[in-house]
Design a protein around this ligand. Structure first.
Ligand code: SAH
Length: 389
């Protein structure tokens, strides 16, 4: 359609249904198609997805490039090599190797835990090239196992069924990784996403550094990543809350895997955070350091209003529970809420709580979760470290 080629010319990888004037020939789900501008100029090659509003995802902006096994070998090798450049990523046992669109592989997520790669295929095009991706990952990493976790909700939008299971090597058992000196078990078969939230790796390290001598409240703790770093950093106490009992069981096992930590300082609470924060407030509790890392309240901009109220609510309660001089580390991983809006919500929460607070740091995902310049959607995780005056 006239003018609709602009975003692709700027290397944005999504072609929306409303931008497609016509389709030539018989094309099936996941097939590679040539994408043409309104005047017939070739723009590149994409994977066709008839069921999704994102009708095609660009594999390449070079209209001559062939999409075959060799293409995936090149892209996967480049993604793996890019991580090796950054010293902070070099020795990580848990590492994101492929971050979808931002690594030139729309819909493909690959996380490495020890010698197991967990692969999530979230688009029709990615689905089509499963075998090529597995072969390329095995070659680029030398890993013994590739396990598929293509069971995220977004598969439904692409008209794909959930699929999990071993793709290369044996079924993985319990995998233990070490992150900043803390041992963590990763349940790649049943855990959230690929088993763990690798994007918060650096922020967990920062939390550990800030925790010394502080009473810590870790909300939405999952398997205790932030909690264990806080204990390792010398927190005086860590209260962790999550509403998933399997996550909390994982957290308890993780604590047991780290006998160097003082387990007597840790308390785990199976509760809804919204209710638990209100109950803590009623009980007159105070904390020196509060971490809020909720799930995605707004998967897209359409959910932004309701999500904004939820963020405001927990941040308001968080500020009210802080002791003077306390720290609030607060996150949003909602694609539908940008950093500006998130900062406004948190500022509004501080205002309503009647506290003076300032921002010490703006936080983001670790660099194995890059955001391509042309793909701002890749910058989904944003956080603020705030200090109450
Ligand atoms: N901070 C964690 C990741 C958090 S993921 C880490 O570093 O690993 C979000 C967590 O919020 C999940 O474990 C989920 O079970 C939990 N959750 C979702 N809604 C909740 C609610 N209303 N109350 C408590 N926990 C909730």
């Amino acid at each position: 359609m006239p003018g609709k080629e602009r975003s692709v010319l700027r290397r944005h990888p999504w072609v929306f249904a409303g931008s497609v004037a016509h389709l030539k020939g018989r094309v099936r789900t996941g097939d590679t198609v040539d994408v043409l501008a309104d005047d017939g100029r070739p723009l590149g090659r994409a994977a066709f997805s008839p069921h999704s509003q994102i009708r095609a995802r660009m594999w390449t902006f070079d209209s001559e490039e062939i999409i075959d096994h060799a293409f995936f070998k090149r892209r996967v090798a480049a993604a793996v090599a890019a991580r090796a450049v950054l010293p902070e990523l070099r020795d990580q046992q848990g590492l994101r190797l492929i971050h979808g669109e931002s690594d030139g592989l729309p819909g493909v997520i690959a996380d490495r835990y020890g010698d197991t790669v967990v692969l999530a295929l979230n688009s029709a095009g990615a689905e089509k090239w499963r075998d090529a991706l597995v072969a390329a990952l095995v070659q680029a990493t030398g890993c013994a196992r590739v396990f598929e976790r293509s069971d995220s909700d977004v598969r439904g939008l692409e008209g794909l069924q959930a699929r999990t299971g071993a793709l290369h090597g044996s079924e993985p058992g319990a995998i233990v990784i070490e992150e900043h000196g803390v041992r963590l078990e990763v349940d790649v078969r049943g855990g959230h996403k690929t088993g763990f939230y690798l994007d918060q790796r650096e922020n967990r390290l920062l939390a550990g550094r800030l925790a010394a001598g502080r009473s810590v409240l870790n909300c939405f703790c999952y398997t205790g990543g932030f909690s264990l770093q806080a204990l390792a950093g010398g927190a005086s106490s860590v209260l962790s809350i999550d509403s998933s009992s399997p996550a909390l069981e994982g957290a308890r096992r993780n604590l047991a895997l780290n006998p160097q930590l003082d387990a007597a300082r840790a308390e785990w609470r199976d509760a809804d955070v919204f209710e638990a924060l209100r109950a803590l407030r009623k009980a007159g509790a105070r904390f020196d350091f509060i971490i809020l890392d909720p799930p995605k309240f707004a998967p897209s901009a359409a959910h932004a209003d309701r999500a904004a109220r939820a963020y405001k609510d927990i941040n308001l309660l968080g500020f009210r529970l802080l002791s003077p001089g306390g720290l609030l580390m607060t996150y949003s991983c909602s694609g539908g809420i940008g950093l500006d809006l998130f900062q406004k919500i948190v500022a509004g929460a501080a205002g309503d709580a009647g506290v003076d607070a300032r921002i010490l740091r703006r936080l983001a995902a670790a660099p194995d979760h890059p955001a391509a310049m042309a793909f701002p959607e890749g910058e989904y995780l944003k956080g603020l470290l705030c200090q109450m005056v």
